[in-house]
Design a protein. Structure first.
Length: 71
């Protein structure tokens, strides 16, 4: 959780603040952190992998978007 907060804080500096309350940047970072980014503490797995949620496909971003649009 602290790493995610650090990533958001680093990005916010470059963007000079979050312009809107409901910005998609925060949701994007949550998705990246939980489904795409491997974690050293989880032996190179993502939190989703560790929970048994597999994201199949060559590009995980595209797979997540396609799955979200089907619901």
């Amino acid at each position: 959780m602290e790493r995610l907060n650090g990533e958001i804080r680093d990005r916010e500096k470059v963007m000079r603040g979050l312009k809107k309350k409901n910005t998609p940047i925060l949701t994007g970072y949550q998705l990246f952190h939980n489904y795409i980014r491997p974690h050293q503490g989880l032996e190179g797995l993502t939190p989703a992998d560790k929970c048994g949620i597999k994201i199949e496909g060559e590009n995980k971003w595209i797979t997540l978007i396609q799955n979200a649009s089907q619901e």
